[in-house]
Design a protein around this ligand. Structure first.
Ligand code: C5P
Length: 284
């Protein structure tokens, strides 16, 4: 499970970044799809998938499913409320990623987002009491240097600055929310899928709040699903899959390892971005 979850994560990260970038830059007639609405759809899909997984864990018994959901979610309101914290942060982050990929090419985005490995390490040390060896700290310093080099030339256009700011905030939210979720998960024995349903339910509420706060007028004019096409649905499905895989990785491995695994996907997405999307010029 350890290697399978890390491997699937590499593939999922690569395809999500490229498809999301493609979907945001794809020219089509009519309005472009609303990122806030895609975030909500991914949350709904993720909750449905987690329900199915819990259902399977309980031998497909509807009664057992009802019982466990009631016992774990409704009868433990304090624990459920605790999950509102990472959930709110993830919802913000999921929206920010669309801002980032609307303004940065896939490769620059990916490299900059690796800063989350550093924020994750800092939160893991301070919140979980993890101890890192000298080589681990050293690789973090090398990572930081790499990011600083990528940023040297890329700060010219205003929209890029906007994209960059979005990624930087996402790095902090990713580190904090990931470690917070890991803490909750490793403190209790309950199934990771139940925790994910709790996370998703709040995500849905916050996400809907985001739709009405940012895109309320546009939804009234053209509906929640304006501009959706098959690429949008692919992005939504990949994002929902990401939620499942990331939860599994946090359970079977940890957040720091997850960060290093996703950095492998940089190489993959840079190659695809260059050869297939012609989106990125590595000599710049
Ligand atoms: O970039 P990062 O690894 O922080 O991305 C985390 C993503 O996984 C977010 O989209 C978040 O909503 C999702 N997630 C989830 N369930 C978890 C942990 C993360 O859906 N238990």
């Amino acid at each position: 499970m350890f290697y399978v979850s890390l491997g699937v994560l590499v593939l999922q990260t690569t395809s999500l970044v490229l498809t999301m970038r493609y979907s945001r830059t794809l020219q089509s007639d009519g309005p472009r799809y609303l990122a806030s609405s895609a975030v909500v759809c991914a949350e709904v899909l993720k909750i449905a998938a987690c329900m199915l997984l819990v259902f399977r864990e309980h031998s497909f018994s509807v009664r057992a499913l009802n019982r466990v959901l009631k016992e774990e979610i409704i009868n433990k309101p304090l624990l459920t409320l605790k999950l509102a914290i990472p959930s709110g942060i993830y919802t913000l982050q999921n929206n920010l990623l669309y801002v980032a990929l609307s303004n940065l090419d896939a490769a620059t985005y990916q490299v900059t987002y690796q800063l989350k490995i550093l924020t994750t390490a800092l939160f893991s040390v301070s919140m979980l009491g993890k101890i890192l060896g000298i080589y681990q700290w050293l690789s973090l310093v090398i990572l930081m240097t790499g990011i600083a080099l990528v940023q040297q030339e890329d700060l010219t256009a205003g929209s890029q600055l906007m994209g960059l700011l979005a990624v930087l905030v996402a790095c902090f939210s990713s580190g904090f929310a990931g470690v917070y979720f890991e803490k909750i998960l490793k403190e209790s024995k309950q199934s990771v899928w139940i925790r994910n349903i709790q996370l998703g339910l709040f995500g849905l509420i916050f996400g809907l709040g985001g739709v009405f706060a940012y895109d309320g007028e546009r939804v009234q004019e053209n509906g929640l699903f304006q501009g959706y096409n098959h690429v949008t649905w692919t992005v939504v499905a990949l994002q929902a899959l990401g939620g499942l895989v990331i939860a599994a990785v946090i359970k079977y491995a940890d957040n720091i390892l997850k960060g290093f695994a996703t950095s492998i996907s940089i190489i993959l997405s840079t190659l695809i971005s260059y050869f297939l999307l012609e989106d990125f010029d590595p000599t710049r």
